[in-house]
Design a protein around this ligand. Structure first.
Ligand code: COA
Length: 327
């Protein structure tokens, strides 16, 4: 059975930089509060009319160049997003028409902040079963268009950003790559982090549900579960491979909040610098956050070929998961 290696990575964020000071135009907030509570200094917002598939194009081009492949060689797209352009069809199909891919399957998945880990797991299975040689896993989000810029929106509004990340997962006979993935969900917390409308529950699609069209987040509850679950699932990935924490070159957590990553590091008795953190520049980019971090870490020297990595995520659903990877 072949192994499923991360052959290339790429990322892209839209050019419009939004600082904490910029957000003070809308919210009763301060630079100090945002930095202290989340670690975020700035994020990028897409221009109106730009969707996740548009942002994904540059990330995918970078990942394909890194892997030495052309779009025509890709066998499948797995596209994770919670902010698709359309109710249907999915962003994967929109990406498929933007580059010279063949008529390959374009599978959209959601899974929110855990989307990229779920996507890696899907890619791993197709590649290891021998069905496809090169699977493109994309995480891309345009969340700025659903942010509530009224005063009530400040807790959620300061956290999220737009961006895209991509990884090419390719077959190899070397014993490297995605060695195991560990995926979970617990739907009893579905309403703790949600945008509920448009909905298929009632005719008309909006104006029916109590939490409505704006993002709703129970920040404290999300924080508490994120620390517990990301710690558990990082341990599980290491145990599955017989790795000690000291064997792992870098942990790449979903960039939800710097304090969440610090608490997970503490729970695992690890120095904070074992964790790759770039939330200060991008905010929480949901499904894009891990592939952006991985691509950036691979370029700034934080991650080298042959390194043992643990990637882990937690998000709306609740969903969570991890991947043990030899890069
Ligand atoms: N600026 C200033 N004050 C703010 C604020 C803002 N942007 N947002 C909230 N506050 C206020 C609250 O109103 C509250 O005031 P009060 O004590 O007078 O009621 C106070 O700050 C504390 O609010 P709280 O929500 O308890 O803050 P917190 O320490 O939990 O931090 C988050 C808020 C959102 C940063 C934090 O809960 C968090 O990161 N949660 C996880 C979020 C996450 O990861 N989401 C994505 C999951 S993948």
């Amino acid at each position: 059975m072949p192994f499923a290696r991360v052959a290339g990575t790429g990322y892209y964020v839209p050019p419009r930089l939004v600082t904490n000071h910029d957000l003070m135009r809308y919210y009763d907030t301060t630079e100090e509060w945002i930095v202290e509570r989340s670690g975020i200094h700035e994020r990028h917002f897409a221009e109106p009319g730009t969707g996740p598939a548009d942002l994904a194009v540059s990330a995918v081009e970078m990942a394909l160049a890194d892997a030495g492949l052309t779009p025509a060689e890709v066998d499948m797209i797995v596209f994770a997003t919670l902010s698709p352009e359309y109710y249907f069809p999915g962003s994967g199909c929109l990406l498929q028409r933007k580059l010279p891919f063949r008529n390959i399957p374009a599978l959209d998945i959601r899974m929110q902040c855990s989307g990229f880990i779920y996507g890696l797991s899907i890619a791993q299975m197709y590649v290891q079963q021998g069905m496809y040689r090169h699977v493109l896993v994309v995480g891309a989000e345009v969340q700025s268009t659903s942010i509530d810029f009224s005063p009530e929106g400040r807790t959620v509004g300061v956290i999220f950003g737009d961006g895209a990340g991509a990884a090419v997962v390719s077959a190899t006979h070397e014993p490297v790559g995605i060695l195991s993935t560990h995926l979970y969900s617990d739907g009893k917390y579905a309403e703790e982090l949600t945008i509920q409308e448009p909905t298929s529950l009632y005719p008309g699609k909006v104006g029916h549900l109590p939490l409505g069209t704006k993002p709703h987040m129970n920040g404290r509850e999300v924080f508490r579960h994120a620390v517990t679950r990301m710690t558990e699932v990082a341990r599980e990935a290491m145990q599955a491979q017989g790795w000690q924490p000291g064997d792992v070159a870098r942990f790449i957590p979903h960039q939800a909040n710097k304090r969440i990553a610090q608490s997970v590091a503490e729970q695992l008795s690890l120095a904070e610098d074992k964790f790759y953190i770039n939330i200060q520049k991008y905010g929480n980019t949901t499904a894009a956050s891990i592939p952006i971090a991985l691509a950036e870490a691979a370029r700034d020297g934080s991650v080298q070929r042959g390194d043992k990595l643990v990637l882990m995520a937690f998000g709306s659903g609740f969903t969570w998961g991890s991947a043990a990877v030899i890069y």
